[in-house]
Design a protein around this ligand. Structure first.
Ligand code: G6P
Length: 566
């Protein structure tokens, strides 16, 4: 077996998929292709070898988080050019416009003002020339009162028993962020309250929750910005009927249902008592809404003080985002690295791997936040884009992934940039478990960068009794290319403040990428078609006879369903 043509140890793992100049509307983008060519003869390990201060240079601390981005194939000229591209794209101007309450969600003519919900400075956020601060404070006060009444037993179920089960009925942005945050806040959760979620239209989910609660001590939160979402309306209706079946008197049902919406009339029409409706402004996007009353379950399951700590952590990240220069700005740098990997180095996905079980739901929240925001191919001005936009975001907690898909990270043919998220102290310090957990997180990022070359693989196999051909074949299979980029995002502990900062960090990263890709990151027209067709097919599944829908595959599926169910 000749080894002459075999060069996996030289494979960088991140050769560009396309050789064009993406984002060519920016002068700096043209220089980026030259940086790519220049850096393609280097390795990340080589960059460390030539710069003893690399670890300190590519490090940003902000709002309790620390980003070590030194294990990326990046150097100062490249970082400066990427930052220049952010400048050309108008990131600073758009950032100012966002926190000035301008209607940067142009297709829906709405402001994008989730930062106002966690602004503890003396600023006076305004939309349409009117301060929104009094409204924000009123809602916070309403949340504070409900929290205190429920915890203190002043608000009880119809039979006078304390509320023990809180069920959030909501989907998408009215579910994922709340769940991600509450999972993260598990050590702060009250023992006397159990939380449940009904998001899916799948009746199994509804059934599972309803069989685990009791009507006398249940409080349902119907969370829906629009109050028109099919899943939420159907599930809320089913929950209401179930409560009545359980013997809750109709006149007392209001003690078991509250709602959050910007559509007060729809919530009232549904039957929610007016006093039990928590309003939210249309200037909060669904996937950015956990900071608004949509997050009501957070203080109810923990305490108002914890909710405020979460908001303050996010507010601290906002201040960093608003003031730090681009090359020292954590969300901006993460956004730029993402664009570098997606647009210049051919990556198609981005993995987020937290080494903390409390962050299990966090990647799911990021999926909506990122993919619903930037999964688009038409610019804010209605032009087609000629470059890749939002990456496929995915991930799960380590170390579990190490025994599953990390193989592809290390030896697969695709480049997958990774964010490792690691709290350095555990809330559950049992034995040496946490030390091992962190050791593996660090080791993964190191292994991805270092890899293993053919000589090392051969040396490992020497004296194992293999003949030359066997040794060569096995050694090649054991080669790990290395040179694969990752970010290491650490914090001392996963506190409410740090969790708030972490979520806000990714929100701003998504914002910056959307600006550079020239997208409106705040609408989601793509999800609408499926809803419309879903209605049409629902009618076909329900009617005795149905007029054929367009394609024979869907027709066949409908007929099969009807045969089994009618
Ligand atoms: O809060 P709601 O109005 O019920 O919306 C819930 C979710 O459903 C929609 O279809 C959107 O895709 C999401 O962005 C939104 O968060």
């Amino acid at each position: 077996m000749s080894s002459e043509n075999f060069k996996p140890s030289n494979f960088k793992g991140w050769e560009p998929a396309v050789n064009t100049t993406p984002l060519s509307q920016y002068a700096s983008a043209k220089i980026l292709a030259a940086h790519r060519d220049r850096l393609s003869s280097q390795t990340i390990s080589g960059l460390f070898a030539s710069d003893p201060r690399r670890a300190e240079t590519y490090l940003i601390s902000a709002a309790g988080l620390e980003l070590d981005f030194s294990k990326n194939a990046i150097d100062q000229p490249l970082l400066k050019t990427l930052a220049a591209m952010a400048g050309e794209a108008g990131v600073a101007e758009k950032r100012t416009a966002m926190v000035a309450g301008e209607k940067i969600n142009s297709s829906e003519n709405r402001a994008v003002f989730h930062t106002a919900l966690r602004d503890f400075t003396n600023s006076d956020p305004q939309v349409d020339g009117e301060s929104i601060k009094p409204g924000i404070e009123d809602v916070l006060q309403k949340i504070r009162i409900l929290t205190s009444n429920i915890h203190g037993g002043k608000w009880t179920g119809y039979s006078g028993k304390k509320i023990r089960h809180i069920i959030n009925i909501g989907v998408g942005g009215s579910f994922l962020g709340i769940k991600a945050v509450l999972d993260g806040l598990q050590p702060w959760q009250r023992d006397d309250i159990t939380t449940h979620y009904i998001a899916n239209i799948d009746p199994t989910e509804l059934h599972q929750v309803l069989t685990n609660i009791d009507a006398e001590t249940a409080l349902f939160i119907v969370a829906s910005k629009s109050f028109s979402t099919l899943e939420t309306k159907l599930n809320a209706t089913a929950a209401r009927s179930w409560m009545l079946e359980q013997g809750v008197p109709e006149q007392d049902i209001h003690r078991h249902f509250v709602a959050i919406s910007s559509n007060i009339s729809a919530a009232t029409a549904f039957g929610i008592a007016k006093d039990n409706i928590f309003p939210m402004g249309d200037w909060v996007g669904g996937r950015y809404s956990l900071w608004s009353a949509i997050g009501l379950m957070i203080p109810l399951a923990t305490s108002y003080a914890v909710f405020e700590r979460l908001l303050k952590g996010a507010g601290a990240m906002d201040q960093h985002f608003l003031t730090a220069p681009f090359t020292e700005n954590m969300p901006v740098v993460m956004a730029l690295l993402g664009i570098w990997h997606q647009n210049w180095l051919g990556a198609e996905s981005h993995a987020v791997i937290p080494y903390d079980s409390r962050l299990t739901t966090f990647p799911k929240h990021l999926q909506q936040m990122d993919m619903e925001s930037n999964g688009k191919t038409v610019t804010r001005d209605g032009e087609a884009v000629h470059y890749h936009t939002g990456a496929v975001i995915w991930g799960d907690v380590g170390t579990n992934g190490q025994h599953a898909y990390h193989q592809l990270f290390h030896q697969g043919s695709r480049l997958v940039p990774i964010d490792f998220i690691v709290p350095l102290q555990s809330c559950n310090p049992i034995g040496a478990q946490h030390r091992w957990l962190v050791a593996h997180a660090f080791a993964q990022s190191q292994a991805l960068m270092q890899g293993k070359n053919l000589e090392q693989a051969r040396a490992e196999l020497a004296n194992k009794g293999l003949n030359e051909s066997q040794l060569e074949s096995l050694a090649r299979q054991k080669v790990i290319p290395g040179n694969r980029p990752s970010n290491m995002l650490t914090m001392d502990r996963l506190t409410p403040e740090n969790l708030g900062a972490l979520v806000a960090l990714y929100e701003h990263k998504v914002f910056v990428q959307g600006i550079i890709w020239n997208l409106n990151s705040f609408d989601q027209w793509g999800v609408e078609l499926g809803k419309v067709l879903g209605n049409k097919i629902f009618d076909c599944l329900s009617e005795d006879a149905f007029s054929d829908v367009e394609d024979s595959s869907t027709n066949r599926l409908i007929k099969k369903f009807k045969l089994l169910n009618d």
